[in-house]
Design a protein around this ligand. Sequence first.
Ligand code: PAF
Length: 274
Amino acid sequence: MRQLSREWRAAGEKVAFVPTMGALHDGHLALVKEAQKKAERVVVSIFVNPIQFGPKEDFASYPRMLQADSEKLSSLGVNALFAPNAADMYPAGYETYVFNEKRSDILCGHFRPGHFQGVLTVVCKLFHIVEPDFALFGKKDYQQFTLLKKMAQDLCFPIEVIGCPTLRDPDGLAMSSRNLRLTPEERALAPELHRAMQMVNEALKGGETQRKVLLDIFAEQMKHFPAFRVEYAEIRGASDLADFSEAIDRPAVLLVAAHLGSVRLIDNLELSSP
Ligand code: PAF
């Protein structure tokens, strides 16, 4: 993979990289199309990274469909699909990891210990293997995106990390490979999460800036849908994920995680300025 990428770059071509765990949906394909606007060559990786899943998480049941994914990527004209296996990425005796001291253990990281260390480690390795000029990630995983951007900066990767807007189904549900595992009833209910988030944004636009009041609006609305088990809902600084003490007085994002049946949904909304 590295040799191929170096050949392209030696010929003066730019390389854009879209790391994924497969089960590709339109959100991933939008990242690929954006990558194609940025660079002559586009590489997609598919690797269900074992070290970013906790022992009780869905590593075994995570959807895997390499053949169908590969066909989708060929039809878009992707130049390379890099799909390593776990033994190549983490051979026996593997012992080096990357973590962020400040932001790995908040929000999703609090509920998924070790998750972001797994993500940062694998993406760091993938960056070294693919050596791209650009790397594109969906903003649905907002915390992941901010951590990867910071990693590229802190570890001096000469890579521009680009965040792309979340793609949604027409009813508002953020696209995710995990949506495939919702039952039809759960799928019908799932957009309520985004609807409750939009109510927070509407309240902010209407002049309500108190953090607690805004979060109560979300919590009250979600009480109508007891099938959800909300893990967290927080409003954080859009660029640094820092907490607000009271008033939302700078660009902010609402971040939410909730379980619905056996699926853990996450979503976020960059809030309109008050
Ligand atoms: O967002 C994902 O699919 C994964 O966390 C990533 C960035 C490909 C790392 O395994």
